[in-house]
Write a protein that binds this ligand. Structure first.
Ligand code: XMP
Length: 509
């Protein structure tokens, strides 16, 4: 294991990702985790992340100085380097010229950290402070035009510092540098694989569950599907899956769940037809937050009703992922939340009385996909775009009813189909149709029409916090528009959403 001490950098998670890419397990922990606790966790190496603060500012995050006495190799990145240097008696000062963006790194010395890297390469920098008056215990490994100490090493200890960010893709050879640290310097073997994780996790689940039953709520999305597939592998017939058909699903979604978890994996699948219950609750409601509330509450009620008759059910499996765990601050060793991401609504409350099983709480999204593939789920499901908990209700602007939902579902299916056909589905991160709450004039044949408008939305994004509208080809948009207007009854106009987030959001409600 490698531990990343998180000083609040936006790229701390990325460091962990990069380490895992090299098949070494890695966890994010709080920056001030005590040396004693680190010793107990017995990692093979420590990486100190970057961070937004200045090390000389009051109350800035510091490391436990004892960690430098543990004999564990340490790599400090940006703020992490400055924090390490400060602890080792160097001076940190504001730079005369701040370095942001691409910078040329000039190597001065070899050393294991730079093994195999060229003499010059471009790296991504983002710092206002730098290490001055380097202590004589350090040697300089690399410099830039503005920064004489761009990479350093302690003479006697396995302590390295780099001022640039090897974890971002803008830095050339960043993965080699991280690889050198974790393999050559820390001695990690790189044997962490998703298949061994699956075996381990299955053991843990079997042990914990014993003869009891586990309930897993399926949503049709990737996370809950992979969770269910993993539990099925671990405990087979002791798993009950519950899928609530709320009438707000995408085309074919229910059938796909029925096939995957009823036929392919023969789980004890309960499909609850709650369409009327949801639609009755939503009748006449057009405020988006109100819709969300009603849907969340109805979901819990339906789930409660369905689960109370399941004998021996003691556990509830959930597809919580590592980023949620990090941001919730739930792990006492983990970093405190720095940025809040969008949290899923429709989470099930404690009062249901189940013990939680969260087998993916250590995994990132792409690792979950790998796991899904390994467990035999189809690519179509594994790579499906995210879908909001309140479903089509927040894409059916204004009043929600069965007829309008059917119109929207049909238009959405055409758009998605065309994206697949043109190989654009996997190039964009989320795409969907929205039914607007207004009519416009059109002409069909000789007759005037006054019908609905469908908006189509497609976004390119890394993390759904910011997004840009996808530059889809005009002829693709043309085909989507023609097909929707020709075949979806009651629609006479299609528009394409060209707004980025911010200031717009991805969804329209
Ligand atoms: P926005 O619209 O806020 O969406 O830019 C960002 C991402 O979150 C999804 N989203 C939701 N997911 N419940 C969810 O589970 C919700 O109420 C909800 N609202 C938005 C959205 O689809 C996008 O991926």
């Amino acid at each position: 294991t490698i531990l990343v001490l998180d000083f609040g950098s936006q790229t701390a998670q990325l460091i962990a990702r990069r380490v895992r890419d090299q098949h070494v397990f890695c966890q994010l922990v709080r920056h001030d985790l005590s040396a004693k606790r680190i010793k107990e966790l017995a990692p093979k190496g420590l990486i100190l992340s970057g961070g937004p603060a200045s090390v000389y500012a009051d109350g800035s995050p510091q490391v436990d100085p004892e960690i430098f006495e543990l004999g564990i190799p340490i790599l400090g990145i940006c703020y992490g380097m400055q924090a390490a240097c400060k602890a080792m008696g160097c001076e940190i000062k504001p730079s005369t010229s701040r370095e942001f963006g691409h910078t040329e790194i000039l190597r001065k010395d070899g050393g294991d950290l730079f093994a195999g890297l060229p003499e010059k390469f471009t790296a991504w920098m983002s710092h206002g402070d730098r290490v001055e008056n380097l202590h004589e215990n350090f040697v300089v490994l690399a410099e830039t035009v503005d920064c004489p100490n761009a990479a350093i090493k302690h003479r006697e200890r396995e302590l390295y510092g780099i001022q640039f960010h090897p974890e971002v893709t803008h830095t050339q050879h960043g993965e080699n540098l991280i690889g050198n640290f974790i393999r050559e310097i820390c001695g990690c073997e790189g044997s962490w694989k998703i298949s061994s994780f699956i075996e381990q996790e299955c053991e843990v689940i079997r042990e914990r569950v014993g003869n009891s039953r586990v309930i897993c709520g399926l949503s049709g999305g990737v996370d809950s599907s992979v969770t269910a597939a993993l539990l099925y592998k671990a405990i087979g017939s002791q798993l009950t899956c519950i899928f609530v058909d709320n009438g707000l699903l995408r085309n074919g979604e229910r059938e796909q769940v029925e096939y995957e978890f009823g036929e392919h994996f023969k789980t004890d699948l309960h499909v609850v037809d709650a369409r009327d219950r949801f639609l009755n609750g939503l009748a006449g409601v057009s405020d988006p937050q109100e819709k969300r509330k009603i849907i969340g509450k109805t979901f819990i009620d339906v789930f409660k009703d369905e689960s109370k008759d399941i004998d021996d059910a003691r556990f509830l499996a959930q597809g919580t992922l590592y980023p949620d765990v990090i941001e919730s601050g739930a792990n006492p060793d983990g970093p405190a939340a720095t940025i809040k991401y969008h949290h899923n609504v429709g989470g099930l409350p404690k009062e249901l009385g189940f013990e939680l099983i969260e087998p993916m709480r250590m995994l990132f999204k792409d690792e979950v996909r790998l796991m899904g593939k390994e467990l035999g789920l189809p690519d179509k499901l594994i790579w499906r775009h995210p879908f909001p908990g309140p479903g089509l209700a927040v894409r059916c602007l204004g009043a929600v009813n069965a007829e309008r939902l059917a119109t929207l579902r049909e238009a959405d299916a055409i758009f998605i189909d065309e994206l697949y056909e043109s190989n654009y589905y996997h190039k964009v991160q989320q795409a969907f149709a929205v039914l607007l709450p207004l009519q416009t004039v059109g002409v069909m044949g000789d007759a005037r029409t006054y019908e609905d408008v469908i908006a189509i939305r497609s976004v390119d994004t890394d993390n759904f916090m910011t997004a840009d509208w996808s530059r889809l080809p005009y002829d693709l948009l043309q085909r989507v528009s023609t097909r929707i207007i020709n075949s979806v009854r009651g629609v006479n106009r299609v528009v394409y959403d060209v707004s980025s987030k911010p200031p717009s959001t991805i969804e329209w409600e």
